[in-house]
Design a protein around this ligand. Structure first.
Ligand SMILES: NC(=O)c1ccc[n+]([C@@H]2O[C@H](COP(=O)([O-])OP(=O)(O)OC[C@H]3O[C@@H](n4cnc5c(N)ncnc54)[C@H](O)[C@@H]3O)[C@@H](O)[C@H]2O)c1
Length: 301
């Protein structure tokens, strides 16, 4: 029986759980935890009233940290989000303090499952979760650049008028301003994207991917549906033992850093990181992105 504990029932957390409710999954119980107890009680009732129309039966409950004892996955979406004009890295001080408490509470209740982190700055928070929990790195991952990769696939699909599901490309590195697209390994169907999209248009797509969150935050205050769908996709890859490749934030032992990188997910968590045949220029961009994350980590640890 798979239990998911969600910590942080704001826009992102609830978009995740609402997407879970609407998809066929292997999740049997979802326990909700938030500082705002009334919100949790209200969310449990509201979600449960949708069950007669849902594809799978899921029990929603008001959770406590004791629920972590037998949880398969603990998802953390608690903490501050970006205000207009703020970068993800600007959230680091507020959210690192919150994470120390949260991860300590989870572990104090005997958790031995998989952590999935959504809070920004994503790669730093995932690293802190790894450090504070003491779990093996295969059991700690973040949503990484899955959302950015989804944005890339959507934009390329629109440009070429093909289904985004047939676009095979990644955004890698920091889930933030130093992320980038390794175009040399991106394709649509059997065509390499460097063959069918010129460099000016590729740069424009990459800029749009990088600025998407800022644009949405300026327009509606926060982003949450896209990340909700990404978190469900990651959850299903783990619970259904899929061996699916996603650009989640995973641990690079050599660099002692977490960042978005195509990694194989199954019921053990992160089975392994894939090998990428990057160009020299792409390798340099990745090094810069890793340096930006490590610099941020050094300020809080
Ligand atoms: N990974 C991604 O791609 C991605 C995308 C969008 C947003 N985010 C990030 O997700 C995080 C949440 O965003 P949001 O829009 O849902 O924010 P929100 O303000 O709507 O929700 C945050 C929730 O966390 C709760 N909370 C705060 N401290 C807590 C604690 N110690 N214990 C339990 N609950 C606590 C708050 O009560 C609130 O309900 C932000 O850091 C945001 O930047 C990540």
């Amino acid at each position: 029986m798979n239990k998911v504990v969600l910590i942080g029932c704001g826009n992102v957390g609830m978009s995740y759980v609402y997407s879970l409710l609407n998809q066929r999954t292997n999740v049997h119980t979802v326990a909700l935890i938030d500082l705002n107890q009334d919100r949790v009680k209200g969310e449990v009732l509201d979600l449960s009233h949708g069950l007669p129309f849902a594809p799978s039966n899921v029990e929603f409950k008001v959770g406590s940290y004791e629920d972590c004892r037998d949880a398969t996955i603990v998802v953390i979406a608690a903490g501050a989000n970006q205000a207009p004009g703020e970068t993800r890295m600007d959230l680091i001080n507020k959210n690192s303090k919150i994470f120390k408490d949260i991860v300590t509470n989870v572990m104090a209740n005997g958790f031995n499952g998989i952590f999935l982190v959504a809070t920004n700055p994503l790669d730093v928070m995932t690293y802190l979760t790894y450090k504070y929990s003491g779990l093996d790195s295969s059991k700690v991952l973040g949503s990484g650049t899955t959302l950015d990769t989804a944005r890339l696939r959507y934009l390329v699909g629109s440009k070429l008028d093909i289904n985004p599901k047939n676009v095979h490309g990644y955004v890698i590195g920091e889930h933030g301003d130093s992320e980038f697209v390794p175009w040399s390994i991106a394709s649509a169907g059997s065509l390499g994207l460097t063959e069918c999209i010129n460099s000016e248009e590729r740069n424009s797509i990459e800029d749009k991917v990088r600025s998407s969150a800022y644009e949405i935050i300026n327009l509606k205050g926060a982003t949450y549906y896209g990340i909700g769908m990404c978190l469900v996709r990651i959850t299903n890859a783990i619970l259904s033992d899929e061996n699916t490749i996603m650009t989640v934030s995973t641990y690079d032992k050599e660099k002692d850093c977490y960042y978005g990188y195509p990694s194989i997910l199954n019921s053990t968590g992160v089975k392994k990181r894939t090998e990428l045949d990057l160009s020299l220029d792409e390798r340099e961009k990745l090094e810069k992105s890793i340096a930006a994350i490590k610099d941020a980590i050094s300020k809080v640890i």
